[in-house]
Design a binder for this molecule. Structure first.
Ligand SMILES: Cc1cc2nc3c(=O)[nH]c(=O)nc-3n(C[C@H](O)[C@H](O)[C@H](O)COP(=O)(O)OP(=O)(O)OC[C@H]3O[C@@H](n4cnc5c(N)ncnc54)[C@H](O)[C@@H]3O)c2cc1C
Length: 834
């Protein structure tokens, strides 16, 4: 066994094996894997091996498709039988809402190149005669589904990796991890067969692919990973004679069915049937500590627990009433709070990588391995893997939070989450100081990065939103909130934004090398993207500069709240690798200790004027001005900017002052018609302005020229130093964008049938080559002020100035769309600038 390697992968399950394989494929061969038992001896060996491409996040869906398509390749390369059964799969809907969900998934699949098909219950029954069509309203067929042999797949990955130079060591347990003086890692290993100490393996990188023990491996470096294992059961019937008859007559090799209403999956297993279910009241396994002595073992089945689901299953698939159950498998596997994997580099621990929390290793393992290898070897995952990045959770995702959310997620595995649905578990986890005040105004709450945020304020009854793919009961109230801002003044809580403070003598130079726009002088704000080395957008910030009494500069960065850990990780890494010469830099993540309120609308200035001692006229406190001051008697930072696109201010104060600030502003605003507004109204107003936002229009797969942000990238500015991504941005500019972000007004229909875009709808263009899907919607919704249903999305640059005809497919309906050449609201920016 080597005692030194560039990379050590900890864990020989399907995920670790895939990471190892993809690293060697990327050309890194000084790589090794350590496994404390035999390969697959975590959760992999008892997996049902099902694979499918459907996922709520289309980017994850694309990586699942990659995984499914990889099996033929590794089987051929390794000579190992992966037991591939590409049977095709059916997702069954038993209600119109579930059918809407399938229509949406089907439409999304179009721009990802997925070949799904919507079928009637009768057609579904023809494909799989074991289901009773009377329980269903329709189904989606995907030919890229089936099942594999989990052990075969894991060994095939391992074999291919070994052929390319990787070393695999079984019965080697990593029992501790320490940091060497030179910043590399020492893995302390033990031979579990001989029960003897093996000393240390030193490595530059290690990957935690510890599966059922990933949490324990994390603890070795002080991390408490938000993952938890759940017990999962599936049963296998006695032999079913009808299966052979069906094979003969249908000429099909097998089938795979997901019954969304019954919350179960079913397929054939040899000459038997396999039925698995995700019961509502799932049971966590090893909630606090996974015993190292646990091996290739099963848990005691508890059929009573899944009895309710089985009763539904036996109706939906009547054949189960005729045959006996031969075997019941109960095994544990891990989940993150939202059910997606937890991958990528660990903040503040260079060389420490995660590839864990993978709940569908046979559907996702390949994509996880590929993006991990890209990330480690190229510095970028190469795909939009935000949905899997471990940075989407912060330290607030405590074990109890995780326990609650994982159980919720498990019980909802096959349930629809509507686009406006806020899930109930682990709520009120973090609250800002004015939570009770907003509650008393009937706030309807959502959760963002663990914090309760007001979505809108109900005025007509119970503070609840009905969940739907169409317009909810929030629609009319949000229209009132928008009107209050556009015609008077509104107040909105901004505590959920991410806030960072950068200080030190090297702060300006460091920021100049990090952000693409000019860093503002003291007293000013600037809007700026941040790029990675590939020139793609990894941040979209407002940066402000203030000076203290001694004249030292202090910078504030405001960005997306959900990306706080993602950005902090990048900032800290850049500080580590690119500390500016001749100055110190200190970064503080302000978190919820710095709270915020924003007032916006034509009356915002007069409200502020009553509470401040400085001249708030446009001449003295103009657009993008920024100052340290007092509002009432509260010490604050005030910036002349808001995301509403209107005249407005963002006001930041310490959490201990937020209640007072809120009361002061609200009282002063009352005579001017001040009204609370929430995130939904804010989103409506930014759509009115045609502004993109982080996580939808701005993501690491787009460059600034595609995203219409080129004006904030200072390539030719002599005062601007070199910055991360500059060369790539210059090359992208010269080459010209391949796609462009475009704004549309869409005919969303009327009455109860009206449906706005929510994101990921395919965009159709009827050009010289015919009518075809050319792009996708990134976000959309109703812009109440301009009374337009707005969609934003990316289309090929060659079509970006075309007048169409354009159509957007929303819930299976083709809606005509008009490309807008300017924002519906205040395109010149006169309102926000004057
Ligand atoms: C009953 C059941 C049915 C399932 N059905 C499906 C399905 O149909 N489709 C699907 O895609 N997924 C399914 N899954 C889930 C699937 O099994 C998991 O997603 C997958 O096994 C995760 O693989 P992994 O490599 O992350 O973890 P694991 O398989 O748990 O592998 C982790 C490995 O790391 C090793 N290890 C841990 N710590 C150390 C250490 N410190 N030192 C050395 N080695 C260490 C362990 O021994 C283990 O072998 C099912 C799971 C169960 C339980």
């Amino acid at each position: 066994m080597k005692t030194q390697a560039q990379v050590v992968v900890i864990g020989g399950g399907v995920v670790g094996a895939s990471v190892l394989y993809h690293l060697t494929l990327a050309g890194w061969t000084d790589v090794m894997m350590v496994e404390r038992r035999e390969l697959t001896h975590g959760s992999t060996w008892h997996s049902a091996g099902g694979m499918h491409t459907l996922n709520g996040d289309p980017n994850v869906a694309a990586l699942q498709r990659y995984t499914v398509e990889l099996y033929d390749k590794i089987q051929a390369e390794s000579g190992r039988d992966c037991g591939i059964h590409m049977t095709g799969g059916l997702q069954l809907a038993d209600t119109p809402e579930r059918m809407d969900y399938l229509r949406m998934a089907h439409a999304r699949g179009r721009y990802l190149g997925m070949e799904t098909e919507l079928v009637s219950p009768k057609e579904a029954h023809e494909l799989v005669p074991f289901l009773d069509p009377k329980y269903f309203v329709g189904a989606m067929y995907d030919k890229h589904e089936g099942h594999v042999d989990p052990s075969g797949v894991t060994h095939a990955y391992a074999e291919c990796a070994q052929q390319r130079g990787a070393e695999i060591n079984k019965y080697v347990w990593v029992h501790d991890i320490t940091r060497a003086a030179d910043g590399t890692w020492d893995l302390h290993v033990h031979d579990t067969r001989q029960n003897q100490d093996l000393g240390i393996i030193n490595c530059e990188h290690f990957v935690n692919a510890g599966g059922l023990w990933a949490r324990e491996v994390g603890r070795m470096t002080g991390l408490e990973l938000p993952i938890l294992a759940m017990e999962h059961m599936y049963l296998i019937t006695e032999e079913v004679p009808q299966l052979e008859e069906w094979r003969q007559s249908s000429k099909m090799s097998g089938f795979h069915v997901v019954d969304l209403g019954g919350e179960m999956y079913m397929r054939e297993e040899g000459n038997s049937l396999l039925l698995g279910t995700y019961e509502r009241k799932g049971v966590p396994w090893a909630p606090h500590q996974t015993d190292w002595s646990f091996g290739a073992q099963l848990l005691t089945p508890d059929l009573e627990r899944i009895g309710e689901n089985l009763a539904v299953g036996f109706n939906h698939f009547p054949i189960f009433q005729e045959i006996g159950i031969k075997d019941t498998i109960n095994g544990p596997f891990t989940f993150a709070p939202d059910g997606n994997p937890l991958i990528g580099p660990v903040k503040g621990q260079p060389g420490h990588w995660l590839a864990c929390g993978v709940m569908a290793g046979l559907s996702q393992g390949g994509g996880v391995g590929l993006s991990m290898a890209n990330w480690m070897t190229e510095g970028d995952p190469g795909f939009d893997i935000w949905g899997m990045d471990n940075a989407r959770f912060g330290d607030w995702a405590t074990p109890r939070y995780t326990n609650s959310k994982v159980r919720e997620n498990y019980g909802r595995r096959f349930r629809i989450t509507f686009p406006n649905e806020e899930l109930p578990d682990a709520r009120e986890h973090m609250q800002s100081p004015i939570h009770d005040r907003l509650e008393s105004h009937n706030a309807v709450w959502g959760a963002s990065y663990g914090l309760e945020v007001a979505l809108w304020f109900q005025t007509h009854g119970k503070a609840e939103e009905n969940v739907t793919f169409r317009r909810s009961n929030a629609f009319d109230v949000v229209a009132e909130e928008v009107a209050a801002v556009r015609n008077g003044v509104g107040i909105f809580e901004t505590t959920g934004y991410a806030k960072y403070e950068v200080t030190g003598t090297g702060a300006r130079a460091w920021l100049d090398g990090l952000l693409t726009n000019n860093i503002p002088p003291a007293g000013r704000l600037a809007l700026t993207p941040m790029l990675n080395h590939q020139g793609k957008i990894i941040g979209d910030f407002t940066v402000g500069c203030l000076t203290d009494a001694l004249g030292d500069e202090r910078f504030m960065i405001f960005g997306s709240g959900a990306a706080q850990q993602y950005h902090e990780r990048w900032f800290r890494e850049q500080l580590r690798v690119a500390s500016p010469a001749g100055g110190d830099v200190s970064l503080r993540v302000c978190g919820n200790e710095l709270t915020g309120l924003s007032i916006a609308g034509p009356n915002a200035r007069v409200v502020l004027d009553e509470l401040t001692d400085f001249d708030v006229s446009n001449d003295e406190f103009g657009f993008l001005d920024f100052r340290q001051t007092w509002v009432g008697s509260v010490p604050c930072m005030v910036g002349r900017v808001t995301f509403t696109g209107d005249l407005g201010y963002e006001i930041w104060c310490a959490a201990s002052f937020q209640q007072q600030l809120f009361d002061t502003l609200f009282e002063a605003g009352r005579p001017h018609g001040m009204r609370l507004f929430g995130l939904r109204a804010l989103d409506s107003m930014r759509l009115d302005k045609g502004w993109g936002s982080w996580g939808t229009e701005y993501r690491p797969i787009y460059d600034p020229y595609e995203a219409n942000m080129g004006w904030m990238v200072r390539l030719g500015d002599e005062s601007k130093s070199d910055f991360v991504g500059r060369n790539a941005a210059e090359a992208a500019k010269q080459a010209g964008p391949k796609r462009k972000l475009v704004l549309f007004e869409m005919d969303a229909g009327t009455g109860d049938e009206a449906a706005d875009c929510i994101g990921n709808e395919p965009i159709w263009h009827n050009g010289p080559d015919g009518n075809a899907v050319v792009g996708w919607v990134t976000s959309g919704g109703y812009a109440h002020h301009s009374e337009k249903s707005i969609a934003m999305g990316y289309v090929p640059a060659v079509h970006a100035t075309s007048d169409g005809p354009w159509e957007i497919e929303v819930l299976g309906v083709m809606r005509s769309a008009t490309r807008l050449t300017e924002a519906p609201f205040d395109p010149s920016g006169a309102r926000m600038r004057s």
